[in-house]
Design a protein around this ligand. Structure first.
Ligand code: GDP
Ligand code: MG
Length: 668
């Protein structure tokens, strides 16, 4: 046996909850070099022994198992006094890794004792079987002290632990866990009292905390003078008001649970992460990401606006026709209402019905986008887009608001608040209206159904792409003026998962409610106004021919500005005006003003538009200012001047591009 008086002896003590494998580890470390006795005065077993190694003697003491270092049991008192009385150089805190959170509660206190600590995570063999993984490096960082995974029973990691014990002097730093401000300020006041009273352990955090908890054993062991005890009582304040012990206990639990959350994960999660990383190699790969992104977007458009989407629309249209429109017409005939009233009712039913028929198709598109979001792909798209976004002076983060713009500009504009760079935020807001919003879908479709039934999906895709392209150009232009600062892209990619039906249902139900509200209020309201304006002339006489109506007069004033774009007539003009209130109103307005000629919308478009003027009008609708709700959001987030500027900018771009493309198409 080694001589205890030897200078170079390292004294190690094992601390841990009962049944964490202390004795097993002790036996493994010491082999036969151990002896068993009792702690003085109590019948608690005392085991001591030596680690055999060729350097210098290491004496190990197996301390009694404890859950805490309070003064309530002899085991706890033995354990803490052993350390406080400076009978150890190094504490090995052994934890049951399968029960990390509960075990860390003791660790929080052990770290306060002020001795170097090595954390030995025992039972790692069981951990694996339970499908859990502990990130040892993370745990080491969080605790600020070395962590060694071991299995005492299976003899795993013991040599590594011995090595760490030998080099313990190198990593003699621990993390100090702070309590709340009130507790911390009391601790430092108590420390001042102890320093004044020349107490040796005045710097020991464990002692300070125990004094605040009113641990009578500790307080009496310090042999303080009466006046110092009075001072401490004053610092602690009224015991009935604040129970520091509970306070400190609950903070320790919070800390251990926080550390646990950050360092323990399920194997299944890790597997998911592994799979995600594999998928990402392709999905966010240098050459593959863009083609995949475009392909996914095209497939979504093809499903929504190709055969399946059209089928949904046709069914909805038939249901509305035979379920609402026809019964209403028959009813009106039987009631023999006067012309004014029956034309009113038919106009409203047609206007609102036209818009309604598009609900299934809109839900199809938004549903598919929501599935992409839920699966984790959307977050990737921001990531994929980052490089491109940087070229136009934005970061990938701005991609999310822009993407939301395809749904509705209002939440999209509000969501720019996630951008902390003011210039980037403003620029993004300017670009959002160019992302074709969901309300415009039915408008494009009535034109495409009538004139391009074969090429709907491709045309839709091109429309969206054009909006994006214009946004890019606008951004290029603005970037030269405002020069936004680059902000780094920090984004956590969630793991891929199967989209949940429940989320999909919630999302679609929300969209349906929004749609119904929108159609219910704005479309119905604007339909009524449009019907009124087209049914009366300046002298408030009811007229059959709407070309002499108030509406026609109004429309004719505006129409000339569209003369280069190919739709300079009063009917399109008023439809575009109502579109400023809600884009869907363009359809209801058109169906009302053309319906007065006895045509349904399809026929009306075929006979009133050429392919080129329809394309031109679609482009105008894509690019002209968003609806009033979006403008209001714009004004709130970007200010009066900016929203006015945007209004002028969007109108000009829409006019110019629609005119240019109208003439180009005509040319070829
Ligand atoms: P102590 O109360 O902390 O001294 O714990 P013991 O050393 O007496 O061990 C408690 C129980 O855990 C015993 O049945 C050991 O065999 C078992 N044990 C200790 N270490 C391990 C380990 O690494 N893996 C497994 N599976 N069991 C262990
Ligand atoms: Mg034991």
């Amino acid at each position: 046996m080694y001589n205890e008086k030897s200078k170079e002896i390292i004294r190690v003590s094992l601390i841990g909850n009962p049944n964490t494998g202390k004795t097993t580890l002790f036996n493994k470390l010491t082999g036969n070099a151990q002896y068993v006795g009792n702690w003085p005065g109590v019948t608690v077993e005392k085991k001591e022994g030596y680690i055999r190694n060729s350097f210098f003697p290491i004496k190990v003491t197996d301390l009694p198992g404890v859950y805490s270092l309070s003064p309530f049991s002899p085991e706890e008192v033995i354990t803490r006094n052993f350390i406080l009385e400076n009978k150890t150089d190094l504490v090995v805190n052994i934890l049951d890794a399968t029960n990390l959170e509960r075990n860390l509660y003791l660790t929080m206190q052990v770290l306060e004792l002020g001795k170097p600590v090595i954390v030995a995570l025992n039972m790692c063999d069981i951990l694996k079987r339970r499908g859990k993984i502990i990130d040892f490096c993370a745990l080491e960082d969080l605790l600020g002290t070395p962590v060694v995974p071991i299995s005492a029973a299976k003899n795993i990691g013991i040599d590594e632990l011995k090595k760490k014990i030998l080099e313990f002097k190198k990593n003699n730093k621990r993390k100090i866990f702070k309590y709340n401000q009130d507790v911390e300020s009391k601790l430092s006041k108590i420390k001042d009292v102890l320093i004044n009273a020349n107490v040796k352990l005045a710097n020991n955090r464990f002692i300070l905390v125990k004094i605040l908890e009113y641990d009578s054993l500790i307080i009496s062991s310090l042999n303080l003078k009466l006046e110092d005890i009075k001072k401490i009582d004053e610092i602690r304040g009224n015991q009935n008001e604040i129970k520091y012990e509970e306070h400190i206990t609950s903070e320790r639990y919070k800390k251990s649970s926080g550390i646990c959350k950050k360092s323990v994960s399920d194997v299944s999660d890790i597997q998911k992460a592994k799979i995600s990383r594999k998928i990402d190699k392709i999905v966010t790969g240098k050459y593959t990401s863009m083609p995949i992104f475009l392909a996914i977007m095209f497939i979504i458009f093809y499903i929504s606006f190709g055969p399946l989407g059209s089928f949904c629309h046709d069914i909805a249209e038939k249901v509305i026709d035979s379920g609402i429109k026809h019964p209403v017409e028959i009813l009106l005939e039987q009631l023999k209402l006067n012309n004014v009233l029956s034309s009113f009712v038919i106009a409203i039913v047609t206007g609102v019905g036209e818009v309604f028929a598009f609900l299934p198709q809109i839900l199809l598109l938004l549903g598919l986008l929501s599935v992409l979001e839920d699966s984790g792909y959307m977050a990737r798209s921001a990531f994929i887009m980052d490089k491109i976004m940087r070229k136009i002076g934005l970061s990938g983060k701005a991609f999310v608001p822009l993407l939301m713009g395809f749904g509705c500009s209002v939440p999209a504009i509000l969501s720019t608040r996630i951008l902390n760079n003011e210039k980037e935020k403003k620029l993004t807001i300017f670009l959002i209206p160019f992302m074709s919003c969901g309300a415009k879908i039915p408008v494009y479709l009535v034109f495409l159904n009538a004139l391009f039934p074969e090429k709907k999906a491709l045309m839709m895709f091109s429309i969206y792409l054009l909006g994006i392209l214009v946004a890019v150009l606008v951004s290029f232009f603005f970037r030269k003026i405002v020069k936004p600062k680059e902000s780094p892209m920090i984004m956590e990619l969630p793991d891929y998962k199967w989209p949940s039906i429940h989320n999909l249902y919630l999302h679609l139900w929300d969209q349906t409610k929004d749609f119904l509200e929108h159609v219910g209020i704005t479309i119905l309201g604007s339909s009524i106004v449009i019907w009124f304006l087209q049914s009366f002339d300046q002298n408030m006489r009811f007229i059959e021919d709407n070309s002499k109506s108030l509406l026609a007069t109004l429309g004719n004033i505006i129409a000339p500005i569209f003369s280069f774009s190919g739709f300079a007539n009063w009917k399109s003009s008023v439809a575009l005006i109502t579109g400023l209130f809600a884009k869907e109103a363009i359809i209801s307005t058109m169906s009302i003003v053309y319906g007065a000629d006895g045509m349904n919308l399809d026929e009306a478009i075929v006979s009133n538009f050429t392919k080129s003027s329809a394309i031109s009008m679609i482009i105008f609708i894509l690019l002209y200012p968003p609806c009033v709700s979006a403008l209001a959001a714009f004004k709130r987030e970007a200010g009066n001047l900016s929203s006015l500027l945007a209004f002028v900018l969007n109108t000009s771009i829409a006019l110019i591009l629609s005119a240019v493309i109208f003439n180009l198409v005509n040319l070829f």
